[in-house]
Design a protein. Structure first.
Length: 165
């Protein structure tokens, strides 16, 4: 940023042009810089709102009301007063309220006020003391992949040999 000029040089002095500042990238999502997106505020479903049907977005959602249906989002925060009856699929899920249904997420966190009745499929999970959870927990490397648990191939039928002859 500073340049050194000689005092003995003849001619007018020019001010050095400032170097542009490097671009800053929000890394709060732990996404590689090549795919980072600008962060927008979450869509908020108010406490007095009831939604019947599925919700799908590439953004973030904060639910304070009631949802009767599935939710697919980038990040989902279930507020303390919220109730969701359906499947949740998101990269990051924070549950402060009630969920009845399956939860699938890369990062799942149940806070002390959470009440979850259903299975949780996750890559990482945190359950705070005081959270109420009924269901099973399964770790998968990619819990967002279509929700299909890989199954083994059926056994191959082999002919039965008759050794009585």
């Amino acid at each position: 940023m500073f340049s050194k000029t000689r005092v003995t040089e003849p001619g007018p002095r020019t001010q050095p042009t400032p170097e542009p500042e490097p671009a800053r990238v929000d890394t709060s999502y732990d996404i590689p810089a090549t795919t980072a997106r600008t962060r927008t505020p979450p869509s908020v479903l108010a406490a007095d709102l009831t939604v019947t049907g599925n919700i799908q977005t590439q953004g973030d959602i904060q639910v304070e009301g009631t949802v009767e249906g599935d939710i697919r989002a980038h990040q989902l925060v279930v507020g303390e007063s919220a109730t969701i009856r359906g499947e949740i699929v998101a990269e990051e899920v924070v549950v402060n309220g009630r969920v009845v249904g399956r939860v699938r997420g890369l990062k799942v966190r149940l806070t002390a006020t959470a009440r979850v009745e259903g299975d949780i499929i996750h890559k990482t999970i945190a359950i705070e003391s005081g959270a109420h959870f009924e269901g099973s927990v399964q770790r998968q490397e990619d819990p967002l992949a279509n929700g299909v648990t890989p199954k083994l191939a059926p056994p191959v039928a082999r002919p039965v040999s008759d050794d009585s002859e």
